[in-house]
Ligand binder design. Structure first.
Ligand code: NAD
Ligand code: UD1
Length: 336
């Protein structure tokens, strides 16, 4: 019988792409999402692309009774846990919301899993747990630190997961630390649909390109990098989604996996602007402004550990990221 996967936050940006791949790979998928940062339409599109649908439950991961009900109604094999809040700036202003949604939400989910004896989980962590790294590329054994409540929430959850793994040998846990997800499914039907003004670079650039925003503000050109602008490891969201399937498979052989998911290549903000200009065939107006508080100069991974642990490497490059992101933005100028 095909395995059944509970995907929390499955209507979101990374969750919707992963749900699509899971359906295409033949898994049964149950999505739990409260739609606080996504729209049900994303899952309609996923169903259209897959030719079959996930079960969809509108609800909150902090609702223990609901989770118990789900685990007793459906025989779930594994959980992929995306649900959470992710805006760094907002986390500084509303820290308790972040501890509530992310830490308490994950704790509640783990308690319900333990109660139901479901002990396989893949968790969305972030490169933010490396704080301001001493050097690049970043490997998994670098020291961890948090510079904001969002990052702290991810670190707390990682510690909970590691403690659980130590305490009970039945658990199988993959902690995936994403670098910078970007791009969209090649159909242009699903992609990132931020609420209001985008916080992150790629959706901002795409909205400038489509004419929703006037110009890009580049946060500083005096970093110690090639051209002075910040360098990041942009990873195609479909490669990232594939990383989750690879992690699920690898959990058959490993009890605890902690992996960076990135490409191993760093691109500057100006590299990204130029690559997007090629993809969309327009010049993109930008202005250099002050650095954003808390931004680091450079972040990119060393992908060798991911290759060894989960037998996964990204296949798509910068050009694919820009072409696919632009297709999604052009086909959906105002999102879903
Ligand atoms: P997203 O906001 O698009 O998706 C998160 C989904 O979770 C949304 O559909 C939202 O409605 C849902 N959700 C939030 N709180 C919930 C709750 N309490 N109960 C039920 N559903 C809830 O974000 P994303 O970019 O797809 O990110 C997914 C995960 O990956 C998050 O945990 C995020 O912190 C992590 N991550 C994201 C990035 C990134 O840059 N996108 C980088 C590193 C890590
Ligand atoms: C963001 C998150 C971080 C998370 C990471 C990976 C913030 C502050 N941090 O970081 O926690 O781990 O994604 O998903 O959101 N930039 C501009 N102009 C803009 C937007 C961004 O110049 O309008 C620059 C930034 O200074 C940075 C680069 O673009 O150099 C990427 O920024 P962004 O997309 O926000 O990602 P990160 O800062 O890496």
């Amino acid at each position: 019988m095909m395995k059944k996967i509970l995907v929390t936050g499955g209507a979101g940006y990374i969750g919707s792409h992963t749900t699509l791949l899971l359906l295409q790979a033949g898994f049964d998928v149950l999505v739990l999402d409260n739609f606080c940062n996504s729209k049900p339409e994303a899952l309609n599109r996923v169903s259209r692309l897959a030719g079959r649908s996930p079960h969809i439950i509108e609800g909150d991961i902090r609702n223990y009774d609901l989770l118990n009900q789900l685990f007793s109604d459906y025989s779930i094999d594994s959980v992929i846990h995306f649900a959470g809040l992710k805006a760094v700036g907002e986390s500084v202003i509303k820290p308790l919301d972040y501890y509530d949604n992310n830490v308490l939400g994950s704790l509640t989910l783990l308690q319900a899993m333990a109660h139901a004896n479901v002990t396989n989980i893949v968790f969305s962590s972030s490169a933010t747990v490396y704080g301001d790294p001493q050097s690049v590329p970043i490997s998994e054994d670098f020291p961890l630190s948090a510079t904001n409540p969002y990052g702290a929430s991810k670190l707390h959850i990682e510690v909970m997961l590691q403690d659980l793994c130590r305490a009970d040998p039945n658990w199988r846990i993959a902690i995936l630390r994403y670098f910078n997800p970007a791009g969209a499914h090649e159909s242009g039907l699903i992609g990132e649909d931020p609420n209001g003004m985008p916080n992150n670079l790629m959706p901002f650039i795409a909205q400038v390109a489509v004419g929703n925003l006037k110009e890009l503000s580049i946060f500083g050109n005096d970093f110690d990098t090639r051209d002075g602008t910040g360098v990041r490891d942009y990873i195609h969201v479909m490669d990232l989604a594939e990383g989750h399937l690879a992690a699920l498979i690898a959990l058959d052989h490993h009890k605890l996996i902690t992996c960076n998911l990135g490409t191993g290549r760093g691109y500057s903000v100006l590299d990204m602007v130029r690559a997007f200009e090629v993809a969309c065939g327009k010049q993109l107006p930008y202005r250099i402004v002050e650095r954003r508080l808390g931004d680091i100069a450079e972040s990119y991974t060393d992908p060798t550990h991911a290759k060894a642990m989960i037998n996964w490497l990204p296949r798509r490059g910068l050009e694919d990221i820009c072409i696919d992101h632009w297709r999604w933005q052009q086909m959906n100028p105002n999102g879903y």
